[in-house]
Design a protein around this ligand. Sequence first.
Ligand SMILES: CC(=O)CC(=O)SCCNC(=O)CCNC(=O)[C@H](O)C(C)(C)COP(=O)(O)OP(=O)(O)OC[C@H]1O[C@@H](n2cnc3c(N)ncnc32)[C@H](O)[C@@H]1OP(=O)(O)O
Ligand SMILES: NC(=O)C1=CN([C@@H]2O[C@H](COP(=O)(O)OP(=O)(O)OC[C@H]3O[C@@H](n4cnc5c(N)ncnc54)[C@H](OP(=O)(O)O)[C@@H]3O)[C@@H](O)[C@H]2O)C=CC1
Length: 291
Amino acid sequence: MDIQKIGIVGAGQMGNGIAHVCALAGYDVVLNDISQDMLDKALALIDRNLERQVSRGKISDEEKQSAMARISTTLVLTELGPSDLIIEAATERETVKQAIFEDLLPHLKPETILTSNTSSISITRLASRTDRPEKFMGFHFMNPVPVMQLVELIRGIATDEATFAACKAVVDKLGKTAATAEDFPAFIVNRILMPMINEAVYTLYEGVGNVRSIDESLKLGANHPMGPLELADFIGLDTCLAIMNVLHDGLADTKYRPCPLLTKYVEAGWLGRKTERGFYDYRGDTPVPTR
Ligand SMILES: CC(=O)CC(=O)SCCNC(=O)CCNC(=O)[C@H](O)C(C)(C)COP(=O)(O)OP(=O)(O)OC[C@H]1O[C@@H](n2cnc3c(N)ncnc32)[C@H](O)[C@@H]1OP(=O)(O)O
Ligand SMILES: NC(=O)C1=CN([C@@H]2O[C@H](COP(=O)(O)OP(=O)(O)OC[C@H]3O[C@@H](n4cnc5c(N)ncnc54)[C@H](OP(=O)(O)O)[C@@H]3O)[C@@H](O)[C@H]2O)C=CC1
C-alpha cells in the first residue's frame, strides 16, 4: 500500500516527535489529542526542534517550512479518517488505546493500517479488538524521535506480510533503521532497558547510592549518555511504571516487580520532566536531585 497520509493520536513527547519526522520525510500528518494545550505545545516544540536542525545545517529553512505546512492538528479524532496509516501514541494504558481504536474504526478506509507506538502492551491483544488484526502492528519509536535511529516493528500473531512491508517502507523513508521484535511483553528494547532503570530505583530505595551518584556511576562507569534516573525522568515515570507492570503481569516473574519508590513518585504526580519534577526537580535553572 502506498502511504501518504499519516494520522497520529496523542501529541505528547512521542506524538510530536513522530509528527516531526513523518512531515520532514514528506508525509501529510494529522495530529490528534484530547487537549488543545498539548496540540499547541506540540506544534511549538516541533517548530523549535526543526529550527535546531536548520541551525545545525541538517536541513534547509525551506525543508522546515514545508514540514510545518504538512502538519495539521485536531481535537476531533474522526478527522483522522482519510489516513492511510494510523500511529497511536497516546498514554501507555491499554483501555485508553482500545477506546481510541474503537472510536476511530468506523471512520477509516478498509485498507488503512493501524499501528501503536506502545512501549510494552500486547500487539496481538490490541489488534484482536479491531476489525483488521491482519493490518495491525507495533510501530515503536525511541525518544527523542528526531534523534534516535531505531524503530522496533512488532508483528501481532495475525499481522500479514503486506502490512509489515508497508510499515518497513515507512521506516526506510524516515531514514531510520527497523528492528523486528516478537510480540512478548515490552518487546526487545524495554525488556532490557526498563529492568535496568527499575534496578537503579531499587539502588536508590535501598540507599546504596543517591540520585547523583547512581547517574554518575552509569554515565562515567558504563558510558551511558544519560544516567538511568535521568533517563527515567526523560521517558516519564508513569510510562516506566506502566512498562514494569506489563512485564510483571505478562511474564509472572518477581524479578520484574516495580520498585515501591517508583510507584510513590508516580502517586505523587512527580512524573519526571513532563511535570517538572521526578528524580530531579527541573523548576530552576539546573536540575536538582530530589534524593
Ligand atoms: C521508553 C521506550 O519505550 C523506548 C525509549 O525511547 S527508551 C529511551 C531511549 N533514549 C535514550 O536512551 C536516550 C539517551 N540519551 C541520549 O542519547 C542523549 O542524551 C540525547 C541524544 C537525548 C541528547 O544528547 P546530548 O549529547 O546530551 O545533547 P545534544 O548535544 O544537545 O544533542 C545531540 C543531538 O540531538 C539533538 N537533539 C537533542 N534532543 C533533541 C530533541 N528532543 N529533539 C530533536 N533533536 C534533539 C541535538 O540537536 C543534537 O543534534 P546534532 O548532533 O545534530 O548536533
Ligand atoms: N516516553 C518515551 O520515552 C516513550 C514512550 N512510548 C510510548 O508512546 C506513547 C506515548 O508516550 P508519551 O508521548 O511519552 O506520553 P505523554 O504522556 O507525553 O503523551 C501522551 C499524550 O496522549 C494524550 N492522550 C491521552 N488519551 C488520549 C486520547 N484518548 N486521545 C488522544 N490523545 C490522548 C495525553 O493527553 P493528556 O496529557 O491530556 O492526558 C498526552 O498528550 C505510550 O504508549 C508510551 O509507552 C514509546 C517510546 C518511548
